[in-house]
Ligand binder design. Sequence first.
Ligand SMILES: NC(=O)c1ccc[n+]([C@@H]2O[C@H](COP(=O)([O-])OP(=O)(O)OC[C@H]3O[C@@H](n4cnc5c(N)ncnc54)[C@H](OP(=O)(O)O)[C@@H]3O)[C@@H](O)[C@H]2O)c1
Length: 273
Amino acid sequence: MILITGSTGNVGKEVVRELQSEGIPFVTASHRSGHGDRYLNFEDASSFTGALQGIDSVFLMRPPHLADVNKYFRPFIEEAVKQNVKHIVFLSVLGADKNKIVPHAKIEKVILESNIPYTFLRPSFFMQNLLTEHGEELREKHDIYVPAGKGKTSFIDVRDIGVAAMKTLIQEEHRGKAYDLTGNEALSYQEVAEIFSEITGESFTYSNPSILEFWKTYRKKGMSNDKIVVMVGIYTTAKIGFAKRVTKDLHTLLEHAPITFEQFVKDSIDTLK
Ligand SMILES: NC(=O)c1ccc[n+]([C@@H]2O[C@H](COP(=O)([O-])OP(=O)(O)OC[C@H]3O[C@@H](n4cnc5c(N)ncnc54)[C@H](OP(=O)(O)O)[C@@H]3O)[C@@H](O)[C@H]2O)c1
């Protein structure tokens, strides 16, 4: 049996959709009652045994607010060893193999040390972030408000990650592999604004605020300093050209071209209103 963690999140929902459409049996986990088949709370180690009972494969994701790997994820992976889990597909992040400081790199290491066969999915920046984290400015002001300068990003659609996760969960040949998942092109946020304008027929701008301006705006919205620091880190990475790498891994896994940014905008038009 397959267990999907983060099943109510951006990626988890897509993994669930793909497994359902293939008719593959699975169970979902949630830390909120009534939201999943099994209770799993990474902050409550007593939930691990029940969540992992009878599970062969786990789709594992790290909820963004949980960074302490030894506290929250090591005990979960140790329990997976005890319960004889045979495969973990872990939602990591692009660059985790080089940047050992990110929690994803530490989780990859714990999984490697556990000797449970693994597949690491290392995606680039989600297209959907523009609708969620930056959705307010996008909908209300038709503005893309991120401090990324002219830097390019190899955006990925979470629906493609759902397919990649489904395939790696059910096909044996992906064990022991790490995939760097990106879309087929890298775009600047100016180009992203132009695509939004072209597809919707309305004018979208990219305002490229300074880091100070960005920080003040998001503090006013009530965002924590920690979260703003993470966001600034992500956009600075893009600004200096470290988010533009395009790989073939997703195309190869999907056996067709990844979803383009144009297609993502076309499919999102209703949520922009
Ligand atoms: N955003 C990007 O561009 C990007 C790019 C590459 C990698 N990533 C990585 O992808 C991951 C985020 O994926 P996502 O966007 O799909 O997540 P998400 O939409 O933020 O969803 C978080 C999920 O975590 C679950 N959750 C929250 N607290 C929990 C807890 N204490 N115990 C167990 N589950 C808990 C939530 O479900 P319940 O509340 O139902 O339990 C929810 O399903 C992060 O690790 C991030 O670093 C993101």
